[in-house]
Design a protein around this ligand. Structure first.
Ligand code: FES
Length: 155
């Protein structure tokens, strides 16, 4: 089978190809801008405070933390990294606790150790509320041995 391309068809296809590349370039540029907006100067915009129900835990895996909205409305941004050897913990809704898939350490919603081999509480990140937005300083993990009420951020 012989494939023949005349000049008109060639130009048409070249124009379509260039338009497609332009659309892809603009679209990916928009995605990049949106992502950059989420983290500026280390502060991650987790969203409006009213979105987070009391007593629930919300994952922000890309930013390496879970947002724990406590029963009294307080907030903790808990690191996903297990304090045993650093594996990424997961929140088990049914058991209402964080569980490490590597060696089975578990932690409560405050990040306190419930079962070893981990021996200290999960790290947390500073939180500030700006215009009802929950902002988390993902560049400044705070190492802690145990949970204290002073670590909780209130609106
Ligand atoms: S790394 Fe989590 S229990 Fe070992």
């Amino acid at each position: 089978m012989k494939f023949k391309l005349n000049r008109r068809t060639f130009i048409k296809r070249a124009v379509y190809a260039l338009l497609s590349l332009e659309i892809i370039y603009v679209f990916t540029g928009l995605l990049r801008k949106k992502k950059a907006k989420k983290v500026s100067d280390g502060w991650f915009d987790a969203g409006n405070i009213n979105f987070f129900e009391k007593g629930k835990v919300y994952p922000f895996g890309a930013a390496h933390f879970y947002l724990s909205r406590l029963e009294d409305g307080g907030l903790l941004a808990i690191s996903i990294h297990c304090t045993h050897l650093g594996c990424a913990i997961q929140f088990n809704q049914n058991k209402d606790r964080f569980v490490c898939p590597c060696h089975a350490s578990s932690f409560n919603k405050y990040g306190e150790v419930l079962s070893p081999p981990a021996t200290r509480a999960l790290d947390i990140y500073p939180i500030t509320i700006q215009d009802d937005k929950v902002m988390v300083d993902v560049n400044s993990p705070l190492r802690r041995n145990k949970y204290e009420n002073s670590q909780v951020t209130y609106v």
